[in-house]
Design a binder for this molecule. Structure first.
Ligand code: NAD
Ligand code: USQ
Length: 403
């Protein structure tokens, strides 16, 4: 064990794409780790009739393999954060964690827009999960640090060339006496889906519990995560991370990598003029550790850090991957209601100042195509590749102009 031997970390959503490699990384770094998950993500795979491109093991097999490979034990609690309040509160009181990493939300924008049922599920799951966690920390009387995975999407992807700050915006407010005062406010949210809307609401919950109860919180506004494996998930095939490629859960860069590996056209939505922020999965897990090791002090407001390392325009990504793989690019109708073209400039000094050494796209790109997407290309069901979740009905599209 390394230096973190006694610190207990709860990883909520620790069976998921970001949570699993984070749990392994923290375990190897010497923390005592408990995964909390209700396995809703695995049930959603069944609902959608899809499987991870990589063959992921059951959580029992994963944890057994981790023990056999490293001699390290990760504990597991099956619990629904949105419903099982008392068990959650008791778990926090019993384990007295130094930090709780909160990944446990429904995270796919297209899934959240599929139907009214999916909208309602996403709102009720995500907001209740976050509120229950905050209330339980207060109830349990434990002064722990909550590290939440938020999203760059709450900012609305930039405006007019300005650099998006880390959570707070400096404004000047006119007073009744004609003077002007400077103040920092939460950057106004502009969510682009019901999923992103829940992350905007999370921010208000954090601000309130921080103000009222002094809960110490770091909210990491993360960009789109790409890649699959980390050092730890590569130790044994039974530890492999999930790789979502379908039209609901697959994110753009991993989808393009998979499409290149399977001989599918790269599905660029609209003109591909959308610019987004990205981060590699290895940097995600490292950022979580950096955040855990640098907790806010008592009385500090919610700390917000932009967890991204680079920005790319979707059509440039497609061209880059087409150039190295020979794949064809297809410009398809955009199923989403989003700006066709946007610039994006993001401040990300906080995590870099804490020690993040970014993994840039060019470094890992070819290995990713050949080693992961290529190896498991035979598991891909091409029928599941198109995005079939539409943001607006035909009727609304006719009557509401784009803004
Ligand atoms: P994921 O769906 O793979 O993992 C989420 C995990 O949380 C799953 O294992 C799921 O079963 C669990 N979960 C969901 N609701 C729960 C509940 N009510 N109780 C207990 N467990 C529950 O998602 P991910 O890609 O690992 O994302 C993790 C977090 O990071 C999300 O909050 C997401 O918004 C954020 N994020 C992800 C990305 C990305 O590109 N994947 C980018 C930015 C932010
Ligand atoms: N896109 C394509 N082709 C595709 C898939 C997507 O052109 O085949 C486009 C989309 O229209 C969109 C962009 O690529 O303009 C990004 O889409 P995405 O599915 O990769 O990302 P998004 O829906 O924003 O959501 C993902 C994660 C979410 C996280 C978010 C970070 O699923 O959990 O919060 O990235 S961010 O985008 O920075 O808000």
């Amino acid at each position: 064990m390394r230096q973190n031997g006694n610190a207990h970390i709860l990883v909520l959503g620790g069976d998921g794409f970001c949570g699993w490699p984070t749990a392994l990384f923290l375990s190897r770094e010497g923390y005592t780790v408990t995964i909390v998950d209700n396995f809703s993500r695995r049930r959603i795979d069944e609902e959608l009739g899809v499987e991870s491109l990589t063959p992921i093991e059951s959580i029992g097999q994963r944890l057994q393999c981790w023990w056999e490979t490293t001699g390290l034990n990760i504990r597991l609690h099956r619990l629904d954060l949105a419903c099982d309040y008392e068990p959650l509160m008791e778990l926090i009181a019993e384990t007295q964690p130094a930090a709780i990493v909160h990944f446990a939300e429904q995270r796919a924008a297209p899934y959240s827009m599929k139907s009214s049922r999916h909208k309602r599920y996403t709102v009720s799951n995500n907001i209740n999960a976050t509120n229950n966690l905050l209330a339980a920390v207060v109830d349990a009387g434990v002064d722990c640090h909550i590290v939440h995975l938020g999203t760059m999407g709450v900012y609305g992807y930039g405006s007019a060339g300005m650099k998006i700050p880390e959570g707070y915006l400096d404004v000047e407010i006119p007073m009744a006496d004609g003077q002007r005062v400077s103040q920092q406010i939460l950057y106004p949210t502009n969510p682009g889906s019901i999923y992103h809307l829940t992350k905007s609401q999370d921010q208000l919950l954090f601000a309130y519990y921080n103000k009222n109860d002094g809960v110490r919180i770091t909210d990491l506004h993360q960009g789109i995560v790409w890649g699959t494996q980390t050092v730890e998930t590569s130790l044994d095939e039974r530890l492999i991370n999930r790789f979502d490629y379908d039209g609901d859960y697959g994110t753009v860069l991993n989808r393009f990598l998979m499409q290149a590996a399977t001989g599918h056209e790269l599905t660029v939505h609209g003109t591909g003029g959308q610019t987004r922020a990205f981060i590699h999965i290895s940097d995600t897990v490292r950022c979580i550790q950096l955040a855990i090791n640098s907790p806010p002090v008592a009385g500090e407001r919610v700390r917000i850090m932009n967890q991204m390392t680079e920005t790319h325009r979707v059509r440039d990504l497609a061209k880059m991957i087409a150039d190295v793989s020979g794949a064809k690019v297809a410009f398809v109708d955009n199923p989403r209601n989003e700006a066709a073209e946007n610039d994006l400039f993001v401040e990300n000094a906080s995590l870099c100042n804490l020690g993040l050494k970014p993994t840039f796209l060019a470094q890992g790109l070819l290995e990713e195509i050949s080693e992961v997407a290529g190896k498991y290309a035979y598991r891909c069901n091409a029928d599941l590749i198109p995005c079939r979740s539409y943001w607006r009905t035909h009727k609304v599209q006719e009557s509401t102009p784009d803004v």
